[in-house]
Write a protein that binds this ligand. Structure first.
Ligand code: IYR
Length: 220
């Protein structure tokens, strides 16, 4: 095992006024994030995308194993293959697999089996969990993989919002087709499919609200 030296930590600090301004501004920015289903096909700047993906990679992870892969799909042929496969699964889900309660819960969001945004959005980010690593043909464990990849994806979404772009955390179910289409290795499992881009001109979102913090914070 490799031993790392410990080095001085250089914290970033602000005075209290600045902390207040920054925390409020960041909250206000994130509060405007919405799951978007109506994209423009306008390409997104390559360097912006790079920074967004690098931000995802700053997430903490079990034993610092960073057990994630982010596949960036721009190829229209692959996007169409993903759209067709997703719609096939979603059609089955909406017409026969999802119980009535689930369909009722989704009704306010206006979703259905059709996923045109998978072809229209300029970029699809397909997030995979890496369940283990193969090092010299030997399986090496990863830890807290779901938690780690969830954290990385949360940072990805924050970075997308910070850049002035929009996304949808899409979970076509089951997602095995993503592994096949992208020819991912055995150690990977699809986690989320995230179209990213600018909002289309006539984009709408459902008028839903978030819980007030008082409803989910318990002070001791
Ligand atoms: N995967 C389906 C259904 C769906 C499920 C939940 I929970 C959502 O919050 C939204 C949609 C779809 O993407 O349409």
């Amino acid at each position: 095992m490799q031993n790392f030296p410990f080095i001085p930590f250089q914290p970033i600090t602000y005075d209290e006024n600045e902390m207040l301004t920054r925390s409020k501004q960041f909250y206000e920015l994130m509060h405007r994030r919405r799951s978007l289903r109506f994209f423009s096909d306008k390409p997104i700047p390559e360097n912006v995308l790079k920074h967004i993906l690098a931000t995802a990679g700053t997430a903490p992870s079990g034993a610092n194993k960073q057990p994630w892969s982010f596949c960036v799909v721009k190829d229209p042929i692959i996007k169409t293959a993903i759209k067709n496969a997703a719609e096939q699964e979603e059609h089955l889900s909406y017409t026969s697999r999802m119980p009535a309660e689930w369909l009722e819960d989704l009704a306010p969001l206006g979703t259905d089996w059709q996923k045109p945004f998978l072809e229209i959005a300029p970029v699809l980010i397909v997030v995979f969990k890496r369940n283990y690593e193969l090092v010299n043909n030997k399986k090496k464990n990863n830890y807290y993989v779901t938690e780690s990849v969830g954290l990385a994806t949360g940072l990805l979404l924050a970075a997308i919002q910070n850049a002035g772009l929009n996304a949808l955390t899409h979970t076509p179910s089951p997602m095995g087709f993503l592994k096949e289409i992208l020819q991912r290795p055995d150690n990977e499992t699809p986690f989320l499919l995230i179209p990213v881009g600018y909002a289309g001109n006539d984009a709408t979102v459902p008028d839903i609200t978030r819980k007030q913090p008082d409803a989910y914070i318990f002070n001791y």
